[in-house]
Design a protein around this ligand. Structure first.
Ligand code: PMP
Ligand code: GLN
Length: 388
């Protein structure tokens, strides 16, 4: 037999699947993979259920149903002040994961350089490489995760096709501020590069911060592909409905990838997402404040148990240093240990690095987008285990 593609064959199984499987095996409280306990807004689920029952179950238009593309454009106007032409600048995809793949396969030419920021979401590097891109990695250092400007500038060159980054940022919960985004934008303009910005946590942002899209900065309107996800904005991660906003020239090619990757996305879920994007401002501010309260509940309790808890400005996650507990193994050992011995699962942060061997090995990521009872059960179990 001839061998399969070596790059894909050489990949391990994603850390989220590995840890969720282990959590199920040990009936642990799963604070690893990021998915909310909450069912999501009833309006969103009702719209999807009604459209399914009324028989809207055939192929929708390739770009997405007009109602959802209009809702994406309206939402961009409402929250970012962007004027988006829904007919030529919005594409609906099967999750942000597909959107990322469509952008990377659509934009990268083999040999192009792609700037990425570590720690990074685990789907980025394999797809960049499979598309023929040459990754140029810049690392943020804990606990501040500030942007290392000189290193970032040095990572850009005339061969840079694009920068791919994520704000609010999974796993380290950093939110890029205006100055940092401006610095990135200036580099994109200087090197005629694109920005692919993964903004799936745009509404999960804390302490009165406001999400700012790099697309709004001068000169970036036509150089940015901005990606969102219904999963994160409406607590329905299983839906896998994503959206890409980009200028017509960029989107044309991104859509060519989409047409042969999935072609479309389930129509009833698109209707549900359109209903969600049209919810009033209060829905979005309550989502953020509820998550912030959960962050505080978990972060304070973990600190009480003895973890060193890093600041979390957005996303579903809090990063913790477990060394003060006296645990001397790696982050993988730790996450396995607490799953098996304490009945709580977290995700090792080294999984978000190109080479886990050269990554920090003392951070575990805990997810707090859970009911209070779930968080409290995890806290009790960890407390009992480490206070023994
Ligand atoms: N980007 C980031 C940073 C994520 O955390 C996730 C996880 N859901 C995704 C993309 C993928 O989103 P989706 O489930 O819509 O594919
Ligand atoms: N985004 C989720 C996380 O970071 C997981 C998504 C997935 O399982 N692919 O936990």
């Amino acid at each position: 037999m001839k061998s399969a593609n070596s790059l894909m064959a050489g990949l391990g199984t994603t850390v989220f699947e590995v840890m969720s499987t282990l959590a199920r095996e040990h009936q642990s409280v799963n604070l690893g993979q990021g998915f909310p306990d909450d069912k999501g807004p009833v309006e969103v689920r009702r719209a999807a259920a009604d459209y399914l029952m009324e028989g809207h179950n055939q192929y929708p238009p390739m770009m997405g149903i007009p109602e959802l593309r209009q809702a994406v454009a309206e939402h961009a106007k409402r929250f970012q002040g962007l004027d988006i032409d829904w007919q030529r600048e919005v594409l609906i995809t099967s999750g942000a994961t597909e959107a990322l793949g469509d952008c990377l396969f659509g934009l990268i030419e083999p040999g192009d350089e792609v700037v990425l920021i570590e720690p990074l979401y685990d789907s980025y590097l394999p797809i960049v490489r499979r598309a023929g891109g040459i990754p140029k990695l810049v690392r943020l250092e804990p606990p501040t995760w500030r942007l290392p400007r000189e290193e970032l500038a040095a990572a850009f060159s005339d061969r840079t096709k694009l920068i791919l980054f994520n704000t609010p940022m999974n796993p380290c919960s950093k939110v890029f501020d205006r100055e940092e985004l401006q610095f990135i934008a200036d580099l994109c303009l200087k090197h005629r590069a694109y920005a692919v910005c993964d903004e799936v946590y745009e509404h999960v942002i804390f302490d009165d911060r406001r999400h700012l899209s790099i697309m709004t900065l001068p000169g970036m309107r036509d150089r940015t592909a901005r990606i969102g996800s219904a999963g994160k904005s409406f607590s329905v991660t299983g839906w896998k409905v994503g959206y890409v906003t980009a200028s017509p020239d960029l989107l044309k090619t991104i859509a060519k990838t989409h047409q042969f990757m999935t072609f479309t996305t389930p129509p009833n879920l698109q209707w549900g997402t359109a209903a969600g994007l049209r919810l009033d401002d209060r829905y979005f501010s309550t989502l953020a404040s509820d998550m912030q309260r959960k962050r505080d509940r978990l972060a304070h309790a973990l600190a009480d148990i003895g973890f060193d808890v890093l600041p979390a400005h957005g996303t579903y996650f809090v990063t913790t240093d477990f060394r003060p507990l006296g645990f001397n193994g790696t982050d993988e050992d730790f996450c396995r240990h607490i799953t098996v011995e304490a009945g709580v699962t977290a995700v090792p942060v080294s999984a978000f690095y190109d080479d886990p061997g050269k990554a920090p090995r003392h951070f575990a990521r805990f997810c707090f987008c859970k009911h209070d009872q779930t968080l409290d059960a995890a806290i009790n179990r960890l407390g009992n285990h480490f206070r023994k």
